[in-house]
Design a protein around this ligand. Structure first.
Ligand code: NAD
Ligand code: LMR
Length: 342
């Protein structure tokens, strides 16, 4: 079972070339916020991934219980839960190759992701400090919202400690691509697993820009507007449906596990692994937008190559212009706050 899983893409990420990576490399993966709505199913999916050999689960409460539960699953990886007391976050992070951060509060109906800033900025800052100290060379995958701002916050923390490596910091925007691909497949009656819609920009409302034209699709009028709205506000759809009990957790766990799997494949020697992700990017730096999500080729050192956004329709260019304006202010907000609150 393990060998078969190791050589195929469980989550449908883009693979231009295949390479038979072994599942034997020792790889420690840490999840911070592991007892939460995302953290639990994400940890479960990572336990099922044969590329992960050690799973370290941290939360302010409940991680040892989640770890005990997951540790009974009959895959080879070891699992240990950590709380602030005892061995704590330092031991959890030491030796980690990948650190996923879904710690933080989720939205309730009526809130924007930016409304989470006041609570989640300090949570992410503190976890970033711990990671910068314990595993400065790890790949840091930020899931906590608002991603457009929490990624710059993490970068500034790493810079303040002199260990920032832009190739190792990722805002996880995979869920936007998963949604964009699923929603177009519903309109066009295609297999969603074979759809791979490029989504660029950031991870909130108007900063999420799907580039349907690059997949050869043209939608017009109300159908187009509804599709764009659904991709940009797919998160709100789930927040509304959950009626105050949180936001997307299960689809996010799948998206986070897919991104981690892609990084592991690339780290273990597979070439041509491309994922959309929000990174320190040169693409729009001249406009003051220092972080941007586009298709990124992953490699053993993290970011291998940042692809330009490519051709787009006039309509999509209009969406991108709005995106860049919002993104710039989200980035500046994160950077300003963390400099004043380091
Ligand atoms: P949740 O409340 O169910 O879980 C959050 C967990 O974080 C809890 O277990 C909590 O104890 C823990 N936590 C809080 N402070 C912590 C700290 N300092 N250290 C360690 N753990 C801490 O929330 P959720 O539904 O899992 O969502 C988590 C975050 O992910 C939210 O900010 C949400 O907006 C975001 N999110 C992002 C995406 C994305 O696409 N990037 C998708 C969905 C949700
Ligand atoms: C999502 O896209 O589902 C997440 O960012 C959670 C949210 O607040 O919408």
């Amino acid at each position: 079972f393990a060998a078969r899983q190791a050589s195929q893409s469980v989550f449908g990420a883009v693979q231009r070339r295949t390479f038979s990576a072994t599942a034997s490399n020792a790889t420690k993966v840490a999840v911070l916020g592991a007892a939460g709505g995302i953290g639990q199913p994400l940890s479960l999916l990572l336990k099922l991934n044969p590329r992960v050999t050690e799973l370290a689960l941290y939360d302010i409460k409940g991680a040892p219980g989640v770890a005990a539960d997951i540790s009974h699953i009959n895959t080879k990886s070891t699992v240990k839960g950590y709380e602030p007391s005892g061995a704590g976050i330092k031991e959890c992070l030491t030796g980690a190759e990948i650190v996923l951060i879904p710690a933080g509060v989720p939205r309730k109906p009526g809130m924007t992701r930016d409304d989470l800033f006041n609570t989640n900025a300090s949570i992410v800052r503190d976890l970033a400090k711990a990671a910068a100290d314990a595993c400065p060379e790890a790949n840091i995958l930020v899931i906590a919202n608002p991603v457009n701002s929490t990624v710059p916050i993490t970068a500034e923390v790493f810079k303040s400690k002199g260990v920032y490596n832009p190739k190792r910091l990722f805002g996880v925007t995979t869920l936007d691509v998963v949604r964009a691909s699923r929603f177009i497949s519903q309109l066009k009656s295609t297999d969603p697993a074979t759809e791979n819609i490029t989504v660029v920009g950031g991870h909130s409302g108007a900063t999420i820009v799907p580039l349907l034209s690059q997949a050869g699709y043209t939608l017009e009028g109300a159908e187009r507007d509804e599709y764009i709205k659904r991709v940009q506000f797919g998160g709100d759809e789930v927040v509304q449906a959950k009626g105050g009990a949180g936001s997307a957790t299960l689809s996010m766990a799948m998206a986070g596990a897919r991104f981690a799997e892609s990084l592991l494949k690339a780290a273990q020697g597979q070439s041509g692994v491309v994922e959309p992700t929000y990174v320190d990017s040169p693409l729009y730096k001249d406009q003051g937008v220092t972080y941007f999500a586009s298709q990124v080729e992953l490699g053993p050192n993290g970011v291998e190559k940042i692809h330009p956004v490519g051709d787009m329709s006039e309509f999509e260019q209009g969406l991108l212009d709005v995106c860049l304006k919002d993104l710039k202010s989200n980035i500046e907000k994160g950077e300003k706050w963390v400099k004043e609150n380091m």
